[in-house]
Design a protein around this ligand. Structure first.
Ligand code: NOJ
Length: 566
């Protein structure tokens, strides 16, 4: 499929921009974590047939793309982010035929599927690694990063794995260490090896030929690493490797690519997403997330959310990528806590705050991502016992940090706030046994609040969070100003209100969000006072006329469109 460039007339919207129009500019993407979405064969693990059975639900929500977390063959040390065969499906998820059926069934509903490309590492059970381990001169030896021990037998350097412990594992058979940034069952691929590059490119083309709509690229900022210099992120070969990948695979097809990059700054994000550089469509950057982590102890010692700091980060990204590159917009994913628990008020104002947070994000410039369950306001979970947690990162770091003197209570606090299993409890479909997710024993415990918070009740309630998201998705399709308008922050120093304008030609959208449980009064700038507009969405009641003084209810949120031509 050739890349379609918009004609000059269609590009009118871009009078002030260098961008060509892309289908993914006004798309909304829904992330599925297959293990926890829907279990059709009742073995307690979600599967592809389960996803197919819920496509009509997703169509009703209005999303355009599904990002499918990995479904490939895997020993599931990291729930599929450890792949042992890139061209087959894990038996617990289904078969390749079912994957093809999912692509077709989704396409019938105008939904594209993007796959998770996990190529910084494979599983240690991948045939390449099994070969690589066999001998120093095995043809696959150089597919991975092997180094000799130091003279005293210790690790080649002191790199610490993100999942705890050393980043090096000794293979006693060949007497060398292999490198792994994640678990020892996730050996890092050696991207300096042209054969690795070619194998990955072939595999990507094989999936593209099956009709997928693109890739989400796992920890893509790590593939240009220089292990001996301990340069892991943004290594010197990263962008050349991506340009080469683009040319060899998706560059000639009209697909979406989004790279995960915890290390991206706006300038780095432009390197990835400036169309002229022919790399990726966009990246996931995490600056708005990491500002809530302790600088030394990271997410396990969360910092209080500071709205002023958050707004600075968002404004910076909105402004710096305004005319070059493209933003992704997200609150949460399978590695992060639930949005309403982290930034909202899940007990007293769950519905109001979930809607406010959705407004705050969906009126920004960029492509919004919704994580499964976000659209019904699912919340974090608190399991009583560490044994109930399943996530490898949580379990490894619990052990490591307890051994280093951190108290159980403090670690559990960190897990409750930021642990990855918060996002991984089964999707809550209804209030029956196991929330309608499975009649078998779910692989992870449910959040007991499924009795009240579930899809069935959200669908039956016209003012539910689900219907609010449905409306937000529609609005993005109806108003170009939401997709392309210029971003202007308001009340930058206000500690409770996140407000901004979006402007395109005659249209201005005023977006106001009260991030607090207090009643807040703000005075609008003179230019907006007394103006009447069309209230596009609100979570209390329509705000048609913008009064001089706005008295905002707890977590109140609205967006009002003003059209100068009227
Ligand atoms: C990032 C993924 O989002 C996470 O779930 C995974 O554990 C690591 N990359 C390693 O693949």
């Amino acid at each position: 499929m050739a890349v379609t460039k918009a004609t000059a007339a269609e590009n009118k919207i871009f009078s002030n921009s260098k961008l060509d129009k892309k289908w993914w500019h006004d798309a909304v993407i829904y992330q599925i974590y297959p293990r926890s979405f829907m279990d059709a064969n009742n073995d307690g693990i979600g599967d592809l047939a389960g996803i197919i059975s819920k496509l009509d639900y997703l169509k009703q929500l209005g999303i355009n793309v599904i990002w499918l977390s990995p479904v490939f063959k895997s020993p599931m040390d990291d729930n599929g982010y450890d792949i042992s065969d890139y061209q087959d499906i894990a038996s617990e998820f289904g078969t390749l035929a079912e994957m093809d059926a999912l692509i077709v069934a989704a396409a019938k509903r105008d939904i594209k599927i993007i796959m998770d490309l996990v190529v910084n590492h494979t599983s240690d059970e991948h045939p390449w690694f099994i070969e690589s381990k066999k001998s120093l001169d095995n043809p696959y030896r150089d597919y991975y990063v092997w180094r000799k021990p130091q003279p005293d037998g210790s690790e080649p350097n002191n790199f610490h794995s993100y999942f705890g412990g050393s980043g090096w594992e000794l293979d006693t058979n060949t007497g060398e260490y292999y490198f792994h940034q994640f678990s020892k069952k996730q050996p890092d691929l050696n991207w300096d090896n042209p054969q690795v590059q070619e194998e990955v490119h072939n595999m990507m083309n094989w999936w593209l030929d099956r009709g997928i709509g693109g890739f989400r690229m796992d920890v893509i900022d790590l593939i240009g690493k220089e292990v001996d210099k301990q340069i892991m992120t943004n290594g010197p070969r990263l962008h050349p490797l991506l340009q080469q990948m683009n040319k060899a695979t998706f560059g000639s097809r009209d697909v979406l690519t989004v790279g995960e990059s915890w290390s991206a700054t706006p300038n780095i994000a432009k390197l990835y997403s400036d169309p002229a550089r022919e790399e990726l469509s966009m990246v996931f950057q995490f600056e708005h997330i990491t500002i809530t982590f302790d600088p030394y102890e990271g997410k396990w010692k969360p910092r209080a959310f500071d709205l002023v700091e958050f707004k600075k980060v968002i404004s910076k990204w909105q402004t710096e990528l305004a005319d070059c590159g493209w933003n992704s917009l997200f609150w949460n994913n399978h590695d992060l806590p639930r949005v309403v628990s982290k930034y909202g008020c899940p007990d007293q104002y769950r519905v109001e705050s979930a809607k406010m947070l959705a407004t705050a994000l969906h009126f920004l410039k960029g492509t919004p991502y919704i994580y499964q369950g976000e659209e019904i306001g699912m919340t974090n979970v608190k399991f009583d016992n560490i044994e109930d947690y399943q996530d490898i990162e949580t379990l490894n770091l619990y052990e490591e940090r307890i051994a280093s003197g951190v108290s159980h209570e403090s670690m559990m606090e960190g897990i409750y706030k930021n642990g990855r299993d918060n996002a991984r409890t089964p999707m809550q479909w209804n209030n029956t046994f196991n929330a309608g997710f499975s009649t078998g024993k779910p692989w992870i415990k449910l959040n007991p609040n499924y009795v009240e918070i579930n899809v069935e009740s959200a669908l039956s309630e016209p003012t539910s969070i689900f219907h609010y998201y449905q409306k937000l998705i529609k609005l993005r399709k109806q108003h170009a100003v939401i997709v392309y308008g210029e971003f202007q922050p308001l009340f930058e120093e206000h500690a409770q209100v996140f407000a901004y304008l979006r402007k395109l030609d005659n249209d201005t959208v005023v977006v106001i969000n009260n991030f607090s449980a207090q009643v807040i009064t703000v005075s609008l700038p003179n230019s907006l006072q007394g103006i009447t507009g069309d209230c596009l969405i609100n979570n209390y009641g329509p705000r048609v006329q913008l009064l001089e003084q706005l008295v905002l209810a707890p977590y109140e949120s609205f967006a009002t469109l003003i059209n100068k031509a009227n």
